[in-house]
Design a protein around this ligand. Structure first.
Ligand code: CP
Length: 338
């Protein structure tokens, strides 16, 4: 695909070569994201950051990525703080905001809303999550992390064995990740969920049509044995009709160090898109895994900045100019990226 000037709305837009291009540019962003160099390549550009649903890492990492490239961020958070609460349409909001920005990153609770906004926007729009539908930049950073974790074992994404655990019905990150995995070869996917929260049928079919092996199960201990990656997910309680309905599934699948030691292969990488629910009733990924070197959740969040920097550079067509605007960092940077 041509990235320059394009909206990024769904992983369905990508060919395998596109994903590999994003990863190549993300690799090149390491000196900037790791605070070894500064670039001002997007000096003067403005990111419109519009998050109409709660977010910590997607919103802030989009903003940080844009700032690290030298651009400025203007943001609105929450429908209640925007004119949408006064009845303004997504069309009007898009027409207005795209006059103030060079690119927009947007999250909205309704499926298809970001695409609707993009259709009226005069600048590229990047989907930061639309309801239970998709979260394409999360899937890219997840796959980038998988590639990075497997490379330390001399492995590639092809032939990956992955177990996805939890709320696979409403979890948009696993929807997008499965669609991306369809671009690779020989993947084995184990889908562990309650019957009522299974992965949508069309995504399972897409995996099978791509030639992948798919096993659906509600037995976590079996599902997480003999895989390279366990990808845990939070119960998406905000998508349920009531807290009582969500409570039927809360805490159903919990991974802790004892279960990991008993059932997982020694090098199994643990991932989660975050936020994990650390409240006692949930704890799908226990805090006692925090010192486990195979817990990759904070490497995922660091990688999110790289991938989002890459997308901005590609969509705004400055990949070849990033290093021209570089200088060394002069402030204390500590050891947080070592
Ligand atoms: N992974 C993710 O989308 O996190 P936030 O909801 O904090 O953005």
């Amino acid at each position: 695909m041509q990235f320059a000037g394009s909206h990024i709305l769904s992983v369905g837009q990508f060919e395998r070569s596109d994903v590999e291009s994003v990863f190549e540019v993300a690799d090149a962003m390491q000196p900037y994201a790791r605070r070894r160099k500064v670039t001002r390549v997007l000096e003067g550009a403005i990111l419109g950051s519009m998050f109409f649903e709660p977010s910590t890492r997607t919103r802030v990492s989009f903003g940080s990525a844009f700032n690290l490239l030298g651009g400025e961020v203007r943001e609105t958070t929450g429908i209640e703080n925007s004119a949408i609460a006064k009845g303004e349409s997504l069309y009007d909001t898009a027409r207005v905001l795209s006059g103030y920005s060079d690119v927009v990153a947007m999250r909205h609770p309704e499926v298809g809303s970001v695409a609707e906004f993009a259709a009226a926007s005069r600048v590229p729009v990047i989907n930061g999550g639309d309801g239970s539908n998709e979260h394409p930049t999360q899937a890219l950073l997840d796959l980038y992390t998988i590639r990075s974790e497997l490379s330390t074992q001399g492995r590639a994404i092809d032939s990956l064995r992955i177990a996805m655990v939890g709320d696979l019905r409403f979890g948009r990150t696993v929807h997008s990740l499965c669609k991306l995995l369809c671009l690779f070869d020989g993947v084995s996917v184990t889908l562990v969920s309650p019957e009522e929260l299974k992965m949508p049928g069309e995504i399972v079919e897409a995996l099978r049509n791509a030639g992948h092996s798919v096993l659906e199960s509600d037995a976590m201990e079996e599902g997480i044995s003999s895989v390279d990656i366990v990808y845990s997910t939070r119960l998406q309680e905000e998508r349920f009709a009531s807290p009582e309905e969500a409570n039927l599934y809360r805490g159903r699948f919990r991974l802790n160090q004892q279960i990991y030691t008993r059932h997982c292969d020694p090098n199994t990488v643990i991932m989660h898109p975050l936020p994990r629910d650390s409240r006692e009733a949930a704890r799908e990924l226990d805090d006692d895994l925090n010192e486990n070197p195979n817990l990759a959740i904070f490497r995922q969040t660091d990688n999110g900045v790289l991938v989002r920097m890459a997308l901005f550079a590609m969509v705004l067509d400055v990949v070849g100019q990033v290093d021209e605007h570089a200088r060394d960092v002069s402030w204390y940077t500590g050891g947080r990226f070592t």
